[in-house]
Design a protein around this ligand. Sequence first.
Ligand SMILES: [Zn+2]
Length: 273
Amino acid sequence: MLIHDRGPTPAQTPGRQGWRVDRVVWHHTGGGSVAGALSWVTRPGSNVGYHYLVDENGVIFRVASENNTAWHAGNWTWNLRSIGICHPVNGGGVATRNASVALTRDICRRWGISPSVHTIVPHRAIVPTLCPGSLPMNDWIHLVAHGGEVTPPEPRWKESSMILRDRSNGAMWLVDASGRRHLTPGEAHGWLAGGAPSVDVDPGTINDIPPSGQLTLLADESTGAIYVVDALGKRHIQPPEFRALQDTNMARVIRVASSVVAGIPDMAATLQP
Ligand SMILES: [Zn+2]
């Protein structure tokens, strides 16, 4: 695996203060490019640093040694025990996924970590944050754990998929049974070269199709409380975070009875040492 050393980030502390690395935390940039995040975390005075960043093309950058404590989790104990990896917004595409899965698998092997939803966790399970957005945690963890060969990055035309091109701005969207996903120009080129049909449509048509890779939110119908839910369990979110999620159009809200909410374990409980 080719790893490019950059930085280092000033946002790290030498050593692990007696802790052993037993967790990997996945992040995303939240919006900007990985190149932007790379320059941001390595600038003098930065107070956020990861160990690795994986860019849109699957290139891996290292800005802190795994033997040091990088400041990424927003929680000191978690920083001490974990390795932080930053991805493009919402995890990026297949190239990023393949590189991150290979890197994470290597980290798990070297540190004796058994890959699971308890050991490879989204930043949002540790502190209130949307990070890493709709990065498909379960799919990627499955690949880390059961790996072998990761699906080759060649985009293949599937009968159930098509490309919609936004007439107003040229943005390309992949549409299939799971909904729509914005494609980077490189990804769109790959799909089109692979024979996927494309159709020019008005923005309204695109907006009518639900985004794929949404987070599931449960709304307690008796109290109105909102919970973000994934394989780790549930976490209560505050109104500002809920509004931010709605603005990203990534959230799907399901109204349920209080008893359903009560039956789902809390994220924090599943993450105790
Ligand atoms: Zn994060």
